[in-house]
Design a protein around this ligand. Structure first.
Ligand code: GLA
Length: 723
């Protein structure tokens, strides 16, 4: 009998608390340590653990011999102690017998080298044997635990694509051919889309197509784009394959898999609708000054992927990871501070990798909540955060405010950075991160949107480096501007369609009419020479009569822009930066020659007669065109931080977007939800904020107008005179 599952059949995962816990890998420890673990979990306030992520060899020690006794006993004990279980399907790390008995499951790298056993995630996403073996394991597992009261969430596999996002084995190539056949139907359609008439690449049949593995030189850009799309879909198929089985046996249990921040190899927009609970793992590097921002970006991304709904931080580290070359610890306070930054952005649970730090194996020196030595700060910090999250239980049902600002994030454009060959180094995901940083630093929240989304509710929209642009996205951008948004399109934009075929008659492609700006020529600067032709020898005017007479203005890192000292841009600069002197307005190593095709395009800045734009000095660099209630901007360079901040300031002013953070002390971030105000002090000094009246849930004190927040810590205020 076929049973239809409707969303309301699924048991709600979130309870009236903010979940707290970790990956729990008890296989590594003796029964005595496991008993101790349960006591310690109670002390730390653990409410949820992810169990069995790497336990395939325990659950199926030999092919078709299943053993769930230990697992169920662990679940029983956890349940007795009111700890819920996010149960992994354990398929992330196939056991040794898989590699020896079924070597066809092993992935093959770009160079044709088959990977071997001894690490983890060694499976080819398209291996039918692997799919069959996972189906069997998941079926037996689901049957064994389906009525267990601790089971509250399924955790399918682990970090899909983290280590192996593509495999070049024969089955994968056959699957790629089948995927192409269903996308293009006929080989002629594919030949047209891939422009195979160039370099004699025409195919007669889908069976001739291979994966873009090891080739003499550049691979066909459209082929590489399709390979990336296929690889993301192949992994999604692995997830859905397991999810279908789980739905059959446990129709009411929600299902998740853990995303990894802004992971480049998987199109999370296409995955997100298939997750009942959205979850992510996030590991900002404490040695990087941008890490507070990275935690925020990643959280806003998950909130956006979840449809502006709550989500779960499935993994972070208490102190330090072990997998970077250098693994610095979080500074005192940052573990809690960055956790609250996630809670403020809708996280309904904070979990760590892992509960108890391993004694051996690849992750021995990765911190755990329970450290090797109990007097290490991880344990104290873990208990403290557990208490803090309990104090925040009243915020367990977040009322998140929609942001007025949106940044378009598009995986095709991430992949295009690799697929398009020249004319410069672009990076859509870097551009996305950088624009996010601009708004984060200025105190604005940001939503991420896909290029096909309706943008009507936004007041400022950023389209960063959308080199590949389709007409649907252009319509969305234009419509948003008509409805009143300031839409900032930053170069390169619309140089090609989604098959990497250049737009003729203007690189702003389908957006050129609305922008009133047509890009006619690319003007790339060269920050580093690939191969200096004479090594490190430079020209010497005394002897190099010819070579020293020619300048190379394009050999430069930055472009420079000029604006009138009274222009709106200059005024915004003075306001944004609170300085009288206009700072240098610079872009990264990219410029374009544009033609202005409409009378009402306002030129806000032009390129300077220096560096790479020496030969196009005076050419428009930043434009704005009013369209009904809003405007479309075009920035013909990749703006550096100061220029971005000024553009953002001016756009927000035109759009009437203001932020309450503007007057906060340096280092303090304010996130306003309808139910609370999160003040996060990222700085190294205590900060004082006047005018705050309300109850601080963290310190359980009443604040009557004068809030002092210690370094790297937070206050969560429920506004009002009394609790
Ligand atoms: C990932 C994995 C975990 C663990 C952590 C370490 O997030 O999912 O199993 O390896 O990295 O940081």
């Amino acid at each position: 009998m076929i049973r239809l599952i409707i969303m309301s059949d699924i048991v709600p995962f979130y309870h009236n608390r903010i979940e707290y816990g970790a990956d729990y890998n008890p296989e590594q420890w003796s029964p005595h340590t496991q008993r101790k673990d349960i006591e310690l979990m109670a002390q730390a306030g653990v409410s949820l653990v992810s169990l069995g992520i790497f336990s395939w060899d325990r659950l199926e020690p030999k092919p078709d011999h299943y053993s769930f006794k230990e697992l169920i006993e662990t679940m029983d004990i956890l349940h007795e102690h009111s700890i819920r279980v996010d149960l992994a399907t354990a398929t992330a790390s196939p056991p040794a017998w898989m590699a020896t008995l079924f070597p066809d499951t092993l992935p093959v790298d770009k160079h044709g080298q088959q990977m071997s056993f001894g690490s983890r995630q060694q499976y080819s996403p398209s291996s039918q044997t692997f799919r069959k073996r996972t189906a069997q394991l998941v079926t037996h597992l689901a049957r064994a635990v389906k009525d267990h009261p601790a089971l509250c969430l399924w955790h399918v596999s682990n970090e899909y694509g983290c280590h192996v996002w593509e495999s070049f084995d024969e089955e994968s190539i056959a699957a790629f051919q089948a995927w192409l056949r269903s996308r293009y139907t006929t080989i002629d359609n594919l030949n047209n889309a891939w422009t195979t008439d160039f370099w004699s690449q025409r195919y007669n049949d889908f069976s001739q197509i291979t994966a873009p593995a090891h080739q003499p030189t550049f691979v066909n850009p459209a082929q590489l784009m399709d390979w990336r799309r296929f690889c993301s879909d192949a992994l999604l198929e692995c997830y859905l394959h397991e999810k279908r089985i789980l739905r059959t046996h446990t129709p009411t249990v929600p299902v998740t898999t853990n995303f990894m921040e802004l992971f480049p190899w998987i199109n999370y927009w296409s995955w997100a609708p298939h997750l009942d609970v959205l979850s992510e793992d996030s590991y900002p590097d404490p040695a990087d000054a941008h890490s507070g921002m990275r935690a925020a970006l990643s959280a806003d991304l998950q909130r956006s992927l979840a449809g502006k709904k709550p989500w779960l931080l499935m993994e972070q580290v208490t102190k330090a990871v072990q997998w970077r070359t250098y693994n610095s610890p979080k500074r005192p306070g940052q573990f809690a501070l960055w956790s609250l930054s996630r809670v403020a952005r809708g996280a309904r649970g904070i979990l760590q990798f892992q509960w108890r730090q391993s004694q051996g194996g690849a992750e021995t020196f990765h911190s755990g909540m329970v450290p090797h030595d109990m007097s290490a700060s991880s344990w104290k910090d873990s208990c403290e955060l557990g208490r803090t999250l309990q104090n925040l239980s009243s915020l367990a049902h977040p009322q998140l405010r929609p942001s007025p600002i949106a940044i378009i994030l598009d995986w095709d454009n991430i992949w295009a950075a690799e697929a398009l060959i020249g004319p410069s180094q672009w990076d859509h995901s870097q551009a996305v991160k950088r624009w996010y940083k601009t708004f984060f630093e200025a105190g604005y929240g940001v939503d991420f949107v896909r290029s096909s989304d309706n943008l009507d509710t936004y007041r400022v929209v950023i389209a960063p480096q959308l080199a590949l642009l389709d007409s649907q996205c252009c319509e969305r951008l234009e419509q948003a501007a008509r409805r009143g948004a300031e839409v900032i399109v930053s170069a390169p934009a619309g140089i090609a369609n989604r098959n990497c075929q250049a737009y003729l008659d203007g690189y702003t492609g389908p957006l050129k009419d609305a922008l009133g700006v047509r890009v006619v020529e690319h003007w790339a600067a060269t920050p580093h020479l690939d191969e200096p032709w004479l090594g490190d020898e430079t020209t010497h005017p005394l002897v190099d009569r010819i070579s020293s007479a020619v300048a190379t203005p394009s050999f430069h890192e930055k472009t420079e822009l000029v604006t009138d000292s009274n222009s709106p841009l200059a005024r915004a600069a003075r306001q944004a930066l609170q300085c009288e002197q206009l700072p240098a307005l610079q872009g990264n190593h990219w410029a374009e020659v544009v033609s202005i095709d409409a009378d009402d395009v306002h030129i806000l800045a032009v390129f300077a007669a220096t560096g790479p734009t020496t030969d196009i000095a005076g050419s428009p660099a930043l434009t704005r065109r009013r369209i009904r209630k809003g405007a479309l901007w075009y920035c013909a360079t990749d703006p550096q931080p100061v220029l971005r901040a000024i553009i953002a300031k001016l756009a927000c002013t035109y759009a009437g977007c203001y932020t309450a953070s503007a007057h906060l002390p340096r280092g303090v971030e304010l996130i306003e939800r309808d139910d609370a105000r999160f003040y996060l002090n990222h700085s190294d000094s205590a900060q004082e904020i006047l005018g705050v009246v309300g109850h601080d849930l963290i310190s359980s004190t009443q604040c009557s107008g004068h809030l002092v927040i210690p370094p790297r810590s937070s206050a969560v205020i429920i506004p009002g005179n009394s609790q």
